[in-house]
Design a binder for this molecule. Structure first.
Ligand SMILES: Cc1cc2nc3c(=O)[nH]c(=O)nc-3n(C[C@H](O)[C@H](O)[C@H](O)COP(=O)(O)OP(=O)(O)OC[C@H]3O[C@@H](n4cnc5c(N)ncnc54)[C@H](O)[C@@H]3O)c2cc1C
Length: 395
């Protein structure tokens, strides 16, 4: 029988949240604790909810409330990651919201800014056209630049956060799929978790599950709590690429009503590849049963229709889409992640990031580490608990 390995903390799933949890655990756990990260694919891979080149970061999140101080702390941590890695993981270029005055996305952003007194610039239509000539701006549209927003390079983030953890003494085991976890009692009566992998079992005093869209596979009791939702990213090609560099263009969100009467929401980032600009909208988001069932093909018809509408937003775009990819994330019913310690079990979970996990990843990593180490986290919103029906009433 192969020798069983013992660890104090094992993080399963080293994607957006897992890489940050591993980094934070390595910083916060008492010295001498043995920490392991297990990832089914490589240290960086194209299959996770984090893939796709860029993510948007905003401090002035539309939801406001407790999420704003979390975003502010996350920003400091992103800058720390930039500093320790020497890489542009976080691009502090601002986040621009454009939309008709008086509509929900604009008013919600303004109310979050007002509530927390956030640094921003506000543009009436004329000023907006002058400052950001890339966009079609109608006379009823205004712009808000969240000065502390920016872009995130997600693949780089996962790589450097897990590097930072290893640097601090954690071990990282890639290409190792966890098949099951079981809580058992050791010879001294203490609880521990047996983690079964194809390379043998690992024993942990505490396990952290950050398996994203795969959450239900290790947590069958979460079957009804998480739905796996496809998200398509699209990129368009401008004629004048110089106007779309990170020096000229922040990350952006743009809302408009089309002549057909339907609402068109897009979000995007400046050119990071030197020839395209990310500009995406929801497309169809019908949940799938498992990541393996994800259809990665978008029809020509959908792409053509999108290209026409996107060229209406940015007139410099060629009217066809040269690049797209289909990704996924685990969504909870109310859009709030589940970050909690499971009752009476040495297991902490951080799943159901619901399409917004990347911007908060470092602070969620810190919360996970605190929960695993002490059972409590002073910064975790109560609404993130597993028992949401009960807890939501107290938010
Ligand atoms: C297209 C798209 C655009 C988005 N845009 C934004 C944005 O602009 N801003 C923002 O803040 N958020 C955004 N999000 C959301 C954000 O990217 C996700 O919420 C976040 O990446 C999810 O992180 P995660 O750690 O839960 O999952 P993942 O990053 O997918 O990590 C899970 C990891 O667990 C591993 N794993 C799973 N099962 C096992 C197993 N059994 N054994 C070992 N390893 C396992 C997986 O391989 C994976 O590496 C977007 C998401 C998508 C898909």
């Amino acid at each position: 029988m192969p020798k069983e390995e013992h660890y104090d903390y094992v993080v399963i799933g080293i994607g957006s949240i897992g890489s940050m949890a591993l980094w934070q655990l390595s910083k916060l756990a008492a010295s001498g604790k043995k920490i392991l990260g297990i990832e089914q694919y490589g240290q960086v891979h194209p299959h996770g909810g984090y893939a796709g080149e860029s993510r948007l970061f905003r401090v002035a999140v539309k939801e406001g409330g407790e999420l704003v101080p979390l975003a502010q702390r996350a920003r400091e941590m992103w800058l720390e990651l930039n500093a320790i890695s020497g890489r542009d993981v976080f691009l502090p270029i601002g986040a621009l919201s454009i939309g008709p005055k008086g509509t929900v996305p604009i008013e919600a952003t303004l109310s979050s800014i007002k509530e927390w007194n956030l640094e921003h610039d506000y543009f009436e239509p004329e000023e907006l056209r002058e400052r950001f000539p890339q966009f079609e701006v109608e006379d009823n549209m205004v712009g808000i630049l969240d000065l502390n927003g920016g872009g995130i390079r997600p693949e780089v983030a996962v790589a450097v956060a897990s590097d930072a953890a290893v640097e601090l003494g954690a071990e990282l085991r890639t290409h190792t799929r966890v098949d099951s976890i079981n809580v058992e009692t050791d010879e001294n009566g203490a609880e521990r978790v047996r983690i079964a992998t194809q390379d043998g079992d690992v024993l942990a005093a505490h396990v952290i599950i950050t398996t994203g869209s795969w959450a239900k596979e290790l947590l069958p009791e979460f079957e009804s709590k998480i739905s796996i939702t496809p998200i398509t990213l699209t990129w368009m090609m401008p004629r004048n690429i110089a106007q779309f560099s990170p020096e000229k263009l922040p990350v952006f969100l743009y809302d408009t009503d089309l002549s057909s009467g339907s609402h068109f929401h897009v979000y995007g980032a400046p050119s990071l590849d030197g020839y395209t600009v990310k500009i995406s909208h929801g497309h169809e988001r019908k949940p799938v049963g498992s990541v393996a069932e994800l259809n990665k093909v978008v029809s020509e018809e959908t792409l053509d229709e999108f290209s026409i509408n996107a060229s209406g937003v940015v007139p410099d775009f060629y009217e066809s889409c040269p690049r797209y990819s289909v990704h996924h994330d685990g969504f909870t019913e109310n859009g709030k992640p589940i970050i909690d310690r499971l009752k009476d079990k040495p297991i902490t979970v951080a799943v159901g990031m619901s399409g917004t996990g990347m911007k908060f990843a470092p602070i969620y990593g810190q919360i996970v580490a605190e929960l695993a180490i002490s059972g409590d986290s002073s910064v975790r919103p109560k609404a993130f608990g597993v028992e949401r029906e009960v807890l939501n009433q107290n938010v």
